[in-house]
Ligand binder design. Structure first.
Ligand SMILES: *[C@@H]1O[C@H](CO)[C@@H](O)[C@H](O)[C@H]1NC(C)=O
Ligand SMILES: *[C@@H]1O[C@H](CO)[C@@H](O)[C@H](O)[C@H]1NC(C)=O
Ligand SMILES: *[C@@H]1O[C@H](CO)[C@@H](O)[C@H](O)[C@H]1NC(C)=O
Ligand SMILES: *[C@@H]1O[C@H](CO)[C@@H](O)[C@H](O)[C@H]1NC(C)=O
Length: 402
């Protein structure tokens, strides 16, 4: 009962904020408005506007040195992002913001020691290499995973080959630029997108997509074995309480995007990854979207902090050739002002299984409002080919703000 009231309240609060933002931005809301499914978007132009760089992270190096070559080169954009975030806080309330920033810069960094290795040392290494206060690097790395709006799809083609694709949308409610019709944080993140190859002894162990300075994995794959993405699951009784417990000294739960790094590092099969992602206690609720390397191996794991509430699987024998997940439990209706599920599924249905592939999936993920002002990138993965392609995304007006 209490849970129900709290989630109704949180959905209500989100709705009010969302409508307020829409009003400010001068956009007309029309949940029934239908966009044509995009076609011919793949491959996107070979320009810096769409392409992302590739870096190697050598797992044989001490954790503190692994990210140095990347973050030194990208320090300016990380500082810029953090500055935008601080400006956003100051605009809300100058005095509270200064107190908060002061706490982050001078006290929060100590909590890095409560993270498991190698994550603690990696974060310390990034702070040292860039000169950015440890507390700010830590905040960037943990704050991030709780507020991403996303769409993930796992699908198989008629031959039983598995594909996995996702949009990563981030920056909701953090500073709407009235002049440019953009989200300030989203714009700052886009130039920081990169593909990473994690190597051991010169060989690729796994691949992931990230933002410079962010060490967790939200999108990744182990070539020949599995593909994985994470979508945020909102729940008032989940994330925030988990973080408060952690701040108060209970460090028994795992961070959502560190568990995925663990899974990518150590898993040897789809089945093993599925069990781990279903069972490990988490700091925040989440959706894990997982694909294997064999027909039928694909699922959406809906996680509470404690356990898997539901595992929603492909079933090619029964005509279920894809699963599409946004930020709402699949057995419930999405928030009506944020329905990316219906247009996404409509376009998947229209694409048909015959056209499952990078082009088909990229078109679906380039259709508004699946593509919106928060979308930073689209990633495409094919496990047997070991292929991971990432493209920066842009949504030209008229476009939904989320
Ligand atoms: C951080 O840790 C150091 C070393 O343990 C300690 O001296 C310092 O007081 C701590 N700072 C805070 C704010 O807890
Ligand atoms: C808004 O757009 C203008 C012109 O394209 C650009 O110079 C400016 O930096 C943008 N503002 C932000 C906050 O991105
Ligand atoms: C699929 O993964 C399993 C390990 O989970 C591996 O034994 C098998 O060779 C892989 N198959 C392909 C086609 O890569
Ligand atoms: C897409 O197809 C599935 C399976 O036939 C169906 O359940 C679903 O309602 C369709 N969704 C849309 C939005 O067309």
């Amino acid at each position: 009962m209490r849970n129900t009231i709290m989630s109704v309240t949180s959905a209500g609060a989100l709705l009010v904020l969302v409508v307020a933002v829409a009003a400010v931005s001068g956009l007309t809301l029309g949940p029934t408005q239908k966009e044509e499914c995009a076609t011919g978007k793949y491959p996107p132009p070979k320009t810096a506007e769409y392409q992302v760089p590739k870096y190697v992270v050598n797992l044989d190096l001490p954790a503190a040195d692994r990210w140095t070559h990347i973050v030194k080169e990208r320090a300016k954009s990380i500082v810029n992002l953090l500055t935008q975030f601080k400006d956003f806080l100051r605009a809300l309330d100058l005095q509270v913001a200064e107190m908060f920033i002061n706490y982050i810069d001078h006290n929060f960094g100590n909590l890095t020691n409560t993270l498991p290795e190698p994550f603690a040392d990696e974060i310390k290494g990034i702070s040292k290499a860039t000169g950015i206060p440890l507390g700010e690097v830590l905040m960037y790395n943990i704050f991030y995973e709780m507020f991403s709006m996303c769409t993930s799809i796992v699908a198989e083609d008629p031959a039983g080959k598995l594909y996995h694709a996702r949009n990563l949308d981030f920056g909701l409610l953090m500073g709407w630029d009235i002049k440019n019709h953009t989200w300030v944080i989203t714009e700052s993140l886009r130039p920081m997108i990169m593909n990473i190859e994690f190597q051991m002894k010169g060989k690729v162990v796994y691949k992931a997509v990230t933002y410079a300075g962010f060490i967790g994995a939200i999108t990744g794959m182990i070539p020949d074995v599995l593909t994985l993405s994470v979508n945020t699951r909102f729940s008032l009784t989940g994330g925030k309480i988990g973080i408060i417990e952690w701040l108060l000294g209970d460090h028994s739960s795992q961070w959502v995007s560190f568990l995925t790094r663990d899974v990518l590092t150590y898993s040897t099969s789809y089945q093993q990854a599925k069990e781990k992602l279903s069972q490990v206690e988490l700091i925040a609720p989440a959706y894990y979207i997982l694909g294997g390397n064999y027909s039928g191996q694909g699922c959406v794991i809906t996680r509470s902090r404690e356990k898997a509430l539901d595992i929603w699987e492909l079933n090619p024998g029964k005509g279920v050739w894809y699963r599409l997940q946004t930020n709402y439990d699949h057995w419930k209706a999405p928030l009506f002002v944020d329905d990316r599920r219906t247009p996404g599924m409509r376009c998947m249905n229209q694409t048909t299984q015959q056209n499952v592939g990078f082009a088909g999936l990229f078109n679906v993920l380039s259709t508004k409002p699946v593509l919106n002002k928060l979308t930073t990138y689209t990633a495409l993965m094919q496990v047997n080919a070991g292929k991971l392609e990432t493209y920066k995304q842009h949504c030209d007006d008229p476009c939904w703000p989320w």
